[in-house]
Design a protein around this ligand. Structure first.
Ligand code: FES
Ligand code: FE2
Length: 454
């Protein structure tokens, strides 16, 4: 089941697509570009091919649960879902269930979601309660995990209160996200995130509210779903309607410790096009897929579509984002999509998107994909949107809160069942990955390998 190294890393001159490199595009910005966009990681990942078994076998799923999901820091919920004392969230993955609770002291705690009497899940869903009371026989713990009450205590004089306190699991926050780790001996979250917080200093995700949160059951393995959102290589075949306004093959890909990043420039023509489209065509292609689909904007003489898009975005963010006038065109126009191992995908700058992908129960052929829009706001922080669940046969367009991006997600989802079908039917043994544009996927599988070997 191991990945197979095919060739050493080698990305140099002549090995990238035609057209402006992302760094050259940054040189044309009307503002000072932040350092974080100038970063380029080392290119030392081996070129590998990935066993198909990783996407289709229950045995491999079980291995992932043991080696990854029981060991790794994972995004469980937004802090806003746990605003008041007694607020709790149930975070489920495969057979794991973790209860995250805001205590009377304001601290967040995570516990295995299992009663210490006869094991019932303590909570079935998110809510607010003064204590953690099991619905079966009524054993009750305080919000900080101390055993408070055992009905018919006389029958349980052998039950020691301290021994029957709920055992806390590591929990921590970053960027307004709550992370849990099922491994009580885990190293701190900060070690896992590494330099990621530095990347987001200019775009503080804790200062956002959840404007939309849609979860959909997907007809494929969680890695199949996730990997479709880790490269722009698929744009030419899957989203041909946006080629006029996207520098798909001119994207930049980087990978650091536990996270990777892709930057796809917008408002710059795809190198796949034979003729360079007019500035207006570039802008229209972009506007058709933006989150809010604003009315048609005309590109005036002497200006580029990229400059106009940035200007419109600056106006839209006025008031909600301090020093919006200093934001570079790049930060307002381009797509910065990060992946934190194993399944968390926050987007940089002001694009608002965050994705999460996880297995659906223990079925290697099903997964859950979530889309959160994290929007800046003015004044009082609005309440977070509740999760809107879509079943496997409900299209993204059933969630109008996703705006016109729902159509783009539908195009991506169109491939998912046929990918899973093809992988199950395949007689060949490995998936082949590109040397550069599939950097993020290779990085993910190299990390996966490290966890499997640990
Ligand atoms: S199983 Fe929880 S109180 Fe009995
Ligand atoms: Fe896509």
């Amino acid at each position: 089941m191991a990945i197979e190294p095919l060739a050493p890393a080698r990305v140099g001159e002549g090995e990238r697509s035609q057209g402006l490199s992302y760094q050259e595009l940054l040189d044309t910005d009307t503002r000072t570009v932040p350092e974080v966009l100038r970063l380029q990681s080392a290119r030392d990942l081996p070129v590998v091919r990935v066993p198909i078994e990783r996407y289709v076998s229950r045995e491999f799923h079980d291995l992932e649960v043991e080696k990854i999901w029981k060991k790794v820091w994972q995004f469980a919920c937004r802090e806003d879902e746990l605003a008041e004392a007694g607020d709790h969230v149930v975070y489920d993955l495969a057979d794991q269930s973790i209860l995250i609770v805001r205590g009377d002291d304001g601290a967040l705690r995570a516990f295995p979601n299992a009663c210490l009497h006869r094991g019932r899940a303590l909570k079935d869903r998110a809510g607010r309660s003064k204590a953690l009371r099991c619905p079966f026989h009524g054993w009750t713990w305080s919000l900080d995990g101390r055993l408070q009450e055992v009905p018919c205590r006389w029958d349980f004089d052998h039950v020691d209160r301290d021994e029957h306190a709920l055992k806390p699991l590591p929990v921590d926050t970053w960027g307004g996200f709550v992370f849990v780790n099922p491994d009580a001996a885990a190293a701190p979250l900060a070690d896992h995130l590494g330099s990621l917080p530095r990347h987001f200093e200019r775009w503080p995700l804790e200062k956002r509210y959840t404007e939309a949160h849609v979860a959909r059951v997907m007809p494929c393995n969680w890695k199949v779903a996730q990997e479709a959102f880790m490269e722009a290589y698929h744009v030419v075949a899957t989203h041909p309607q946006i080629l006029h306004g996207i520098g798909d093959a001119n994207s930049q890909y980087d990978a650091w410790d536990h996270f990777s990043r892709a930057i796809t420039p917008n408002m710059t023509p795809s190198p796949h096009l034979k003729e360079t489209p007019a500035e207006q065509e570039q802008l229209d292609a972009m506007m058709n897929r933006s989150l809010d689909a604003p009315p048609t904007v005309q590109v005036p003489e002497g200006m580029t579509a990229r400059q106009i898009l940035a200007q419109v975005s600056r106006m839209q963010l006025q008031g909600a984002v301090p020093s919006v006038t200093e934001l570079s065109d790049a930060e307002l126009a381009d797509s910065f999509y990060y992946t934190v191992f194993p399944n968390f995908h926050p987007w940089g700058a002001y694009n608002r998107i965050t994705y999460r992908f996880r297995p659906h129960g223990n079925d290697p052929h099903r997964s859950i994909m979530e889309v959160l829009y994290l929007a800046p706001y003015q004044g009082r922080k609005p309440e977070p949107a509740p999760v809107h669940w879509l079943d496997v046969d409900e299209p993204w367009t059933e969630a109008p809160e996703l705006g016109s991006l729902a159509k783009v997600f539908s195009q991506d989802t169109f491939n998912m069942a046929p990918i899973q079908k093809g992988l199950r039917a395949a007689r060949h043994t490995h998936v082949t990955l590109g040397r550069y544009q599939e950097t993020k996927i290779r990085h993910f599988h190299c990390l996966l390998e490290r966890y499997l070997e640990a």
